[in-house]
Write a protein that binds this ligand. Structure first.
Ligand code: CP
Ligand code: NVA
Length: 340
C-alpha cells in the first residue's frame, strides 16, 4: 500500500525558492499555519518549535520587512540568526554566493537568500543540504506571496482561498510575476494591467496558464484599465523601478506607467466600494524619501508615483496588515520546514 506523506512531512527540509515548486494545498497549508501562529502570538500561547536552530540570512540587496520578519520569527520560535550583507561579508567580491552557501550549510540549519538572479539561489540550494528560502530575487518573491494571500484571505468576507485581484504597474519583476503565478496556482481571478512592454515575460505567462488549467484560475493580461480593474476585490502595485535598475530609467518609466497609477479614479473603476489596496512596500506615495524627492524634481510628478498619497493614507489600504503578515508567514515557513 502506498503511504501518502502527511503535509508536515512533505514540507520538512524543503527549499522555498519559487511558488511553482509547490502545490496549492502546500501553499494553503503554510498560510493556515501562519494564521494559527499569528493567533498564538497574539494570545500569548505560542510554543517554541525551533529552539537551538540557527538560520543564516544573506542579503545582497537591502531590506526592512523581510530581514525583520526572519529575525523576529526566529527569535519568537527560539532560533538564532546571523545576518550577512555584501559589505560585512565576503559574498560577491571575494566569494560566490554558491561557495558561501556550501560553507554556511555546514554551520546553519537553514539559509535565507535575497539577491539578483534566481539562478544564483537555485545554484545555492543545489549545493546546500539545508532548506534555502528565497527572500526575493529579480524573478520571484515567494515569501511575499504567502503574506499577500494570508492578508487577502483575512480581508475577504468569505475568507475565500482564491480572491480576485489586479496588479497595476511594472509586471516584469518579482511582484508582477509572483502575483500572476501564485494567483494561477491558487485558482484566483488574477489580472495584470500594464503597457504590454511591461507584462510578465512569456515564460511566466506560460507557467501561469499551465497552473490555471489545474486550478481553474482566470488569467488576464491587459492594457485596458476597465478590463483589469472591473469588480476586483484587491488592487496591488509595486515600485515602478526595482532594486538593481539604473536610476536613469525613472523618467521613461514614470511616463509609461502614470496611466496605471493607483489613484482614487483607479479604485473607483473597480465599481466595488469594498476594494482594498495592497503594496509589498516600500512605497513612493509622497516626497518624504530621497528617491521620492529626486523623482519629483526630475519628472514634476508630486503626491505619489505608483500610488497617490490619498489612496495610500485611505481606509482602503491594507499594506500594513500585509507587512505584519510577513512575520507570521515567514515563521510558518521556518516551522514547517525545520521543526522536528
Ligand atoms: N516587501 C519587502 O520585501 O520589503 P523589504 O524590501 O523591506 O524586505
Ligand atoms: N520589485 C521590488 C520589490 C521590493 C520588495 C524590487 O525588487 O525592488
Amino acid at each position: 500500500m502506498e503511504v501518502v506523506p502527511s503535509m508536515p512531512d512533505v514540507l520538512e527540509n524543503r527549499d522555498f525558492l519559487k511558488e511553482i515548486d509547490f502545490t496549492r494545498d502546500e501553499l494553503q497549508h503554510l498560510i493556515d499555519l501562519a494564521a494559527e501562529l499569528k493567533a498564538a502570538k497574539r494570545s500569548g500561547t505560542e510554543e517554541q518549535q525551533l529552539s537551538g536552530r540557527s538560520i543564516a540570512l544573506i542579503f545582497e540587496k537591502s531590506s526592512t520587512r523581510t530581514r525583520c520578519a526572519f529575525e523576529v520569527a526566529a527569535y519568537d520560535q527560539g532560533a538564532h540568526v546571523t545576518y550577512l550583507d555584501p559589505t560585512s561579508s565576503q559574498i560577491g567580491h571575494k566569494e560566490s554566493a554558491a561557495d558561501t552557501a556550501r560553507v554556511l550549510a555546514r554551520m546553519f540549519d537553514a539559509i535565507e537568500f535575497r539577491g539578483k538572479a534566481q539562478a544564483t539561489i537555485e545554484e545555492l540550494a543545489s549545493g546546500a543540504d539545508v532548506p534555502v528560502y528565497n527572500g526575493l530575487t529579480d524573478e520571484w518573491h515567494p515569501t511575499q506571496m504567502l503574506a499577500d494571500f494570508l492578508t487577502m484571505q483575512e480581508h475577504t468576507a468569505s475568507h475565500a482561498a482564491a480572491p480576485s485581484y489586479c496588479f497595476l504597474g511594472d509586471g516584469r519583476f518579482n511582484m508582477g510575476r509572483s502575483l500572476l503565478v501564485m494567483g494561477a496556482i491558487m485558482g484566483s481571478d488574477v489580472r495584470i494591467c500594464a503597457p504590454q512592454s511591461l507584462w510578465p515575460d512569456a515564460e511566466a505567462q506560460a507557467i501561469a496558464r499551465e497552473r490555471a488549467e489545474e486550478s481553474g484560475a482566470v488569467i488576464t493580461l491587459t492594457e485596458d484599465l476597465d478590463e483589469g480593474l472591473r469588480g476586483v476585490d484587491f488592487v496591488h502595485t509595486d515600485v515602478w523601478v526595482s532594486m538593481g535598475e539604473p536610476t536613469e530609467v525613472w523618467e521613461s518609466r514614470v511616463r509609461e506607467l502614470m496611466p496605471y497609477q493607483v489613484n482614487a479614479a483607479a479604485l473607483a473603476r473597480t465599481g466595488n466600494s469594498a476594494t482594498k489596496f495592497m503594496h509589498c512596500l516600500p512605497a513612493y506615495h509622497d516626497e518624504s524619501t530621497l528617491v521620492g524627492r529626486d523623482v519629483a524634481a526630475l519628472t514634476g510628478v508630486t503626491g505619489g508615483l505608483e500610488v497617490t498619497d490619498e489612496v495610500f493614507k485611505s481606509s482602503a489600504t491594507i499594506a500594513f496588515d500585509q507587512a505584519e503578515n510577513r512575520l507570521h508567514t515567514i515563521k510558518a515557513l521556518m516551522v514547517a520546514t525545520l521543526a522536528r
